[in-house]
Design a protein around this ligand. Structure first.
Ligand SMILES: Cc1cc2nc3c(=O)[nH]c(=O)nc-3n(C[C@H](O)[C@H](O)[C@H](O)COP(=O)(O)OP(=O)(O)OC[C@H]3O[C@@H](n4cnc5c(N)ncnc54)[C@H](O)[C@@H]3O)c2cc1C
Length: 379
């Protein structure tokens, strides 16, 4: 079986789950929360353990299958795809860098949905520039004392476990360490969910640490080795964001065609105007190219154990697919005319959601920096 094999049974299950479960939560009441029942239903279908090896209770899916799952969920709503992809990124990092005890303690509970995970790297003065992280974990005889703030953290206040990165070396060095921090840790608190533009089913908020005491066992990987730990999740995360973009773009194209078959102007259905057909053709070409780049990047991740470089293809897929989704969803709003601007129709939501994807998991300017560096260095 090819490493990039996509399991059709999982995709069928996810499609059914999205059709029946997601509409229940697309309400003002649920927006800016993580509906726990939805997360539980996703985990019952195996999605909590997508990136977790079978020996720790997961399904150890290929990166290609994971990407297909995120594309499918995002076809219905991007929110659950985003909080699930963050949960999977943390699961993947603990699978790769955690001690045996950390893997046994957390991974089965992540897979079952007993625990939801969050990833806390960004700070008010350290977004693209992670070297500027100011949160500091002072080294004590019996562990660490963590102080500092994080912002824009997906699932903050709803997640049970926070994989958090902080400085552990002095001002002249940039040593970071990663810590696995349970929600009930004294000295830790969180703010209200931010009022944001879209992705309403994936809240973000700030985290505050005030001399939070962490035991030695909270450290993941080696002391001062946190940068490597944090970056190890990024290639997979970028492929998943590319897949989310493809799901949104698919939704925008499918909904546009359905609307254009119904809507009549000048005595014809919109879909009969050649100028609009050309827009649809361009949208389709952009999506097809994005799907191919995403599949190639996922395949590289599945082959990473054999030394395949994942940096260039994951950044290329993330940047291209999210820019394509922004263009496709904007065109969809145009194709709907005035209706496209109205919240009773779906496409304005897709356009708002696409904007987020160009910013998260490394903004697209940062992806272009990485792509340029990689191709120049390898020439
Ligand atoms: C919905 C949402 C969910 C998020 N979830 C999480 C999460 O779960 N965990 C987490 O840790 N973070 C999360 N983030 C934070 C996200 O990763 C950052 O917002 C992102 O990395 C950009 O950082 P910034 O906002 O500080 O922008 P800045 O770094 O201030 O960048 C501002 C602009 O300048 C550009 N720029 C910056 N540096 C350069 C450069 N050298 N050259 C050219 N252009 C440059 C950027 O591309 C951007 O366009 C989330 C953000 C959002 C909006």
């Amino acid at each position: 079986m090819s490493s990039s094999f996509v399991d059709p049974l999982i995709i069928e299950t996810v499609t059914r789950l999205c059709e029946t479960e997601i509409p229940k939560y697309q309400t003002e009441e649920c927006y800016n929360t993580i509906p726990r029942a939805l997360f539980t239903a996703m985990c019952e279908a195996g999605l909590g353990g997508l990136s977790i090896p079978e020996e720790y209770g997961g399904i150890g899916a290929s990166a290609a299958t994971s990407a297909a799952v995120y594309e499918t969920i995002s076809r219905y709503d991007i929110g659950p795809a985003i909080f699930l992809s963050v949960h999977a990124m943390v699961s993947g990092i603990i699978s790769r860098h955690g001690s045996e005890q950390q893997k046994r303690e957390y991974l089965p509970k992540f897979a079952s949905g007993e625990l939801l995970a969050a990833f806390a790297l960004t700070e008010p003065n350290a977004g693209s520039d992670t070297a500027a992280i100011a949160s500091e974990a002072k080294i004590l005889a019996d562990g660490f004392s963590l102080s500092g703030n994080k912002c824009y953290i997906t699932s903050a206040g709803f997640a049970d476990i926070y994989l958090t990165f902080a400085k552990t070396e002095d001002e002249n060095t940039s040593g970071l360490s990663g810590f696995i921090i349970p929600k009930e840790t004294p000295g830790m608190s969180w703010g209200k969910p931010e009022r944001k533009m879209g992705a309403e089913l994936s809240p973000i908020a700030s985290l505050f640490f005030d001399n939070a005491h962490l035991p030695k066992s909270a450290l993941i990987g080696v002391l001062h080795g946190g940068r490597k730990v944090a970056l190890s999740g990024l290639a997979g995360g970028r492929v998943n964001i590319a897949a989310c973009a493809n799901g949104l773009a698919r939704a925008a194209i499918e909904d546009s065609i359905a609307y254009m078959k119904e809507r009549q102007q000048f005595g014809k259905a919109l879909v009969e105007f050649q100028g609009l057909q050309f827009m649809l053709a361009d949208m389709h070409m952009k999506l097809s190219a994005s799907q191919l780049l995403t599949a190639k990047a996922a395949e590289d991740i599945d082959l990473a154990a054999h030394g395949t470089n994942t940096k260039l293809s994951s950044s290329t897929a993330k940047c291209f697919a999210t820019d394509a989704a922004m263009a496709i969803t904007t065109d969809a709003v145009q194709l709907f005319g005035g209706a496209g601007y109205i919240k009773d129709y779906t496409v304005e939501r897709y356009m708002r959601d696409a904007k987020m994807l160009q910013i998260v998991e490394g903004a697209n300017q940062i992806q272009r920096i990485i792509i340029a560096r990689e191709i120049i260095e390898s020439s």
